[in-house]
Design a protein around this ligand. Structure first.
Ligand SMILES: [Cu+2]
Length: 501
């Protein structure tokens, strides 16, 4: 296995055994004993209730089987890589549905460890949010779970597991979810571009997903950057046509400064949310962030334009779009705005501010092993896949519990349902953190580093020494995750819960 000097891999899984409804780390000593003893409690704890689908609802039904699979990531004669996937086809799985429809997605787990699906950026009921031990029981190997909800907002979203994400997402377990119905003028072509950097070596074998050096700094990087699983693809697009590019950063640690060369482009959505068209210079996207672009392709067949990543010593061309005939005869290009989704507008006057400090931490979570939640009601147990293997990061000095504390932590903050809150994110570390909130779409208001185009988002980058103010209407009751989307940071402490009640 490929190892860089000083890059000690972190193995969070060890041997995973399935035992009477609880999955545990078999070599964790005290923890294993507790997990066995607590299996009964785990089985009786309560989770939020699934939303009822009304009679006559239009349903978009899909089956998603999480499984190990082989995919040719590097060209032959390099061997196919051992990936995880929800579908057999090459390239990212893309689900397209209408805003009015309900999604009914049945997950079947054919992996050797438990999994769930988190629907990133979708403002859905807590029961469907896919966070094991917080919103639902983990879906054990061989089991199935059906997610059903009506996505309230149009846009470009994605979905992925939420424990041992570094391994499951790292091996490719993710899909794109597009909710249609936001265009004021149809495009001639709609192109999904899912970016990721595979942690595979020259032989196509996966290298360590998480190393101490990476997790404690900017993340462990791969060495095979792809769009839709292809290195430097060339996509055929209609010449002289209006194209929508849905760019998703599905990597776990890479930051992208997205630019376009060869023509002008406009940003029309951030994290799926409509933005009045902004001429693109470059747009920074941390892991999990999305940007939708609109552009007019060259009228001369054979001409190419480039999607470029400027977040590198030298700009990197990630993909090219080649104009192909027949040439479309379109009037002069004016970027058309998207219809805004029904996201509640924060009422800033009189809003309370919650400060969230992002910091390094070498301390493990200071929770007693038999911690009782403040309301005294439920002890919620996690397992080795859902706990922190090493602690490097924290929110407000509180890291996510480590493997020796198998109880979920109390909320960092409780919001009153229906009220607006301003959250000030303060980065006290020397690294970038893309911070993601579940269940809510927030408005990015301002940054200490300069001008911000106010925009709706579900994930926002906080640079070193930066303070970013965001605001949201806490309208979705439940316990929700807030975490860094550099997955190694998330899985080594930079994760917490906020409650809306
Ligand atoms: Cu981070």
């Amino acid at each position: 296995m490929f190892k860089r000097p000083g890059h000690k891999p972190i193995n969070r899984r060890r041997a995973i055994l399935s035992l009477g409804g609880v999955v545990m780390g078999a070599s964790l000593g005290h923890f294993a004993a507790r997990a066995v003893a607590d299996a009964g409690k785990g089985a009786t704890q309560t989770y939020p209730t699934a939303p009822a689908m009304p009679a006559g609802a239009k349903v978009h039904k899909i089956s998603l089987t999480a499984k190990a699979h082989k995919r040719q990531l590097k060209p032959t004669p390099v061997a196919a890589s051992d990936i995880f996937d929800y579908a057999d086809d090459d390239g990212p799985l893309v689900i397209r549905m209408q805003q009015s429809e309900w999604l009914q997605a049945t997950l079947t787990n054919q992996l050797k460890e438990h999994t769930t699906i988190h629907w990133h950026g979708i403002r859905l009921p807590a029961a469907m949010d896919g966070v094991p031990y917080l919103t639902q029981k983990p879906v054990l190997p061989g089991e199935s779970f059906t997610y059903q909800f009506q996505p309230p907002d149009t846009g470009t979203f994605f979905f992925h597991p939420h424990c041992n994400t570094v391994e499951q997402l790292g091996r490719g377990l993710a899909g794109v979810l597009i909710i249609e119905g936001d265009e004021t003028r149809p495009h001639d072509h709609d192109l999904v571009c899912a970016y990721r950097d595979w942690r595979i070596d020259a032989a196509g074998k996966f290298t360590p997903m998480m190393t101490e050096a990476g997790a404690s700094k900017a993340g462990t990087f791969g060495d095979h950057r792809t769009i839709n699983d292809q290195e430097h693809p060339v996509f055929q697009v209609p010449a002289g046509g209006d194209i929508r590019v849905r760019f998703l950063n599905l990597d776990m640690s890479r930051v992208v400064d997205l630019g376009v060369t060869g023509t002008d482009a406009w940003v029309i959505a951030t994290d799926g949310n409509a933005l009045p068209p902004q001429k693109l210079k470059s747009w920074r996207l941390g892991p999990a962030m999305r940007a939708d672009l609109t552009l007019r392709t060259p009228a001369k067949p054979g001409t190419r334009i480039q999607l470029v990543n400027y977040y590198a010593a030298q700009p990197i061309v990630m993909a090219e779009l080649e104009a192909t005939g027949p040439v479309l005869d379109r009037p002069t290009f004016v970027p058309a705005p998207l219809k805004p989704a029904p996201i509640p507008e924060p009422v800033l006057e009189g809003a309370e501010t919650f400060t969230l400090r992002l910091s390094a931490s070498s301390a493990s979570a200071n929770l007693p092993p038999d911690f009782v939640l403040p309301d005294g009601s439920v002890l919620r147990y996690a397992d080795a896949l859902c706990l922190t293997p090493n602690t490097f990061w924290a929110f407000n000095g509180q890291p996510w519990p480590s493997q020796s504390h198998e109880v979920l932590p109390p909320p960092l903050v409780t919001f009153q349902k229906g009220r607006t809150y301003i959250i000030e994110l303060i980065n006290q570390t020397p690294h970038i953190h893309p911070i993601h909130l579940h269940g809510h779409t927030f408005k990015v208001l301002s940054s200490s580093k300069g001008d911000v185009v106010p925009h709706f988002a579900d994930t926002t980058i906080v640079a070193p020494k930066e303070r970013v103010k965001i605001a949201l209407v806490a309208d979705n009751p439940g316990d929700w995750m807030i975490h860094c989307h550099i997955i190694e940071h998330q899985e080594t402490g930079m994760m917490g819960i906020f409650r809306v009640t």
